[in-house]
Write a protein that binds this ligand. Structure first.
Ligand code: ZN
Length: 55
């Protein structure tokens, strides 16, 4: 049981991210149709960040 208020009332299960075809991460957003990590689906360019381990 939860003590007090819970803000997780609508945390229903369901996938939002699936495995990205390009970066291989579980970051491809199904409804947005873009990868949160590499930006696949949004642009043809690969999103680059310094924190990315490769490229
Ligand atoms: Zn990706």
């Amino acid at each position: 049981m939860v003590k007090g208020t819970t803000s997780f009332g609508k945390h229903s299960k369901g996938k939002t991210h699936i495995r990205c075809r390009r970066c291989g991460r579980q970051s491809y957003h199904i409804t947005k149709k873009r990868c949160a990590y590499c930006g696949f689906g949004e642009s043809s360019k690969i999103r680059k960040y310094s924190w990315m381990p490769y490229r």
